[in-house]
Unconditional design. Structure first.
Length: 274
């Protein structure tokens, strides 16, 4: 069973197998983000300035990495970027919002993400749902998708993406996405296909709270696949709990993302008044 975030679907009852050959680059074009008020789901992307897809980068299998607790479905910002070395531009290393989504075929998964300003490239990590994360490949800065091929049908997999900036011979991590979970087609279970939010525009006073009503839909979804994660693009204006409770912090506006296990999301525009 996938853990909390994956930012799941069609799995058989057997334990997921290890991924086949770590991903080849795909030619599939990513979809465009939906409109905030649309009841359908959206592709990950910068709501104001989604990046344009590019050619996929060269695959670069790496060493196993333990990202901490990737199965945690709690809310909150994706992991904060590390501090840069001396000489890097501070403007390029401020926290960035990186969202990724995964879609599945019978023997492959395609991971898509939004562009991150100042990023020189992206690293893609993944594994079978019960395995250890490995770096499966890298992508150039204009590349916003990557395809993991030669997988087993009806199996669960998990992924996350890091955006990095070059600093000499080192890579400074600008942002890390929440993990996403999916199941290749051909098994007993399915993946989330739609997120419905009762209100996509919310007004709240400072210090007051508002609970979001969100439902994940899809065919043959496991119980864990119906869980939702919440992320605020600006917690200093409005923060959101793991239960979808928004709290106004100071006057202003921001976006709260309601994210399914496989990375599908809906945006909620939050306005905080005094």
């Amino acid at each position: 069973e996938p853990g909390n975030p994956g930012n799941p679907g069609d799995t058989g009852t057997e334990e997921p197998g290890k991924p086949g050959n770590p991903g080849d680059t795909g030619n599939e074009e990513p979809g465009n983000p939906g409109n905030p008020g649309d009841t359908g789901t959206e592709e990950p992307g910068n709501p104001e300035n989604p990046g344009n897809p590019g050619d996929t980068g060269t695959e670069e299998p790496g060493n196993p990495e333990n990202p901490g607790n990737p199965g945690d479905t709690g809310s909150g910002q994706p992991e904060q970027p590390q501090k840069p070395d001396a000489g890097t531009d501070k403007k390029d290393t401020t926290p960035k919002l990186l969202l990724c989504r995964v879609s599945s075929a019978k023997t492959s998964n395609t991971i898509r993400w939004n562009s991150v300003k100042s990023a020189d490239g992206y690293e893609i990590y993944g594994a079978a749902s019960n395995g250890k994360y490995k770096r499966l490949g890298t992508a150039r800065k204009k590349t916003l998708q990557w395809k993991h091929k030669n997988l087993k049908k009806g199996k669960q997999y998990k992924y996350y993406v890091k955006a990095y900036k070059k600093a000499g011979r080192k890579r400074v991590i600008l942002a890390k996405s929440l993990p996403v979970y999916t199941t290749t087609l051909g098994g007993k279970y399915g993946n989330p296909s739609k997120i419905e939010v009762k209100k996509t525009r919310v007004s709240v006073k400072t210090g007051k709270k508002f609970r979001l009503r969100v439902e994940v839909k899809g065919k043959k979804i496991r119980k864990a696949g119906k869980k939702v994660r919440y992320v605020s693009a600006n917690p200093s204006v409005a923060k959101v709990s793991s239960q979808g409770v928004i709290t106004g912090k100071k006057k202003g506006s921001c976006t709260v993302y309601c994210i399914a296990q496989n990375g599908l999301y809906k945006k909620v525009k939050v306005t905080v008044k005094k």
